[in-house]
Design a protein around this ligand. Sequence first.
Ligand SMILES: [Mn+2]
Length: 372
Amino acid sequence: MMGKRIRHLCIITHRLADVDAYCSAYALSSLFKRHARDITIVFPAGLNAIATKVMQHIPLDVTPLIIDEVRDGSGANGNDVNSGSIISERDVEYIVDVLNQYDKDDLILIVDTNNPVMLAGISEGVARSKARKVVIDHHPIAVEASMLGIDEMRVDVNASSACEMVYRLFKEMRRRLSRDVATALLLGVLTDTQNLAIARCSTISMVADICRFTSLEECRSIIAVERDYSERVARLKAAQRCRLYRVKVGNAVGVDSNSNSNSNSNQSLIIIAVSKVGSHHASAAKALIDLGADLSIVVSSEGSIAKASLRSTQSFYARTRLHLGTDILARISSAGGGHPTAASIALEMDEEGLIRSILQLIKERLGRLDPL
Ligand SMILES: [Mn+2]
């Protein structure tokens, strides 16, 4: 993909870029600086808080385009027209127009996602563009990805992060890592592996190589966050309002949950925690796991949109093979998905309805849920 010269290059991350997405875009823009005549970097709906902090430490040398999400203004949903900060449609049209002018000599790189839903309003523009399109990602390939007309999928679900995929590209192109690029790649790996807690051996050997060019200690301090007041309140309220369920499952894959015999030596008890918060639902879901739940479901809502964050332990996944992204949330809507042990969704629905749908799918896979 990198053999020939590129005229325009556009790098696009998933909506609300996280550290891995931002750092992949950062490293790619450095990698292609000499190959492309100009580079455009697009963050649909902007960046999350921690990625914004990372951007201050290692700023891009091209001005990134932050695209406001298109809000659905139709229907009487009681939205305050003066709530401001919505420039959306014009911005989306702008980038769609840019991509429309691209041709075969131009390149679109989509990083850290292959799901068009995560590109918000930009996906149509990508789909219609005549540019070469390459996806660099570590998430399972979404069926909807085919609508984008991708020329090359560089997707490895065993990679720790999109940054690990970008690192492989540096090696392939025999390019040395600058200190800033090494810092970026390491930050992406650290955040997507929970500070290496879930890293594989292959990731550790890559980290050892990257550490020749940057400081692990410094990277840790960049992403170390003191949780703010509202997040701490959300985590505590999630625990306070929590509903608990118990499920009996076998240890083997393909659980026979109908078994009522006494031969339950290989059965184990699973605790599911369900809660609601006003904000920070992802952090709250993680907090419930830290407290001891095997699986947590935390919802919050914004207007008519309900959001849910699901988390589970590695041991829950090993015991049940229940993939929170593909087995649960992607089955509720194409807007949902994620990893085996961490997934999220946002859709037009009420909170209770969303919880019911999620619990129903869990019940179908694991069997009866007993309230605790
Ligand atoms: Mn990632």
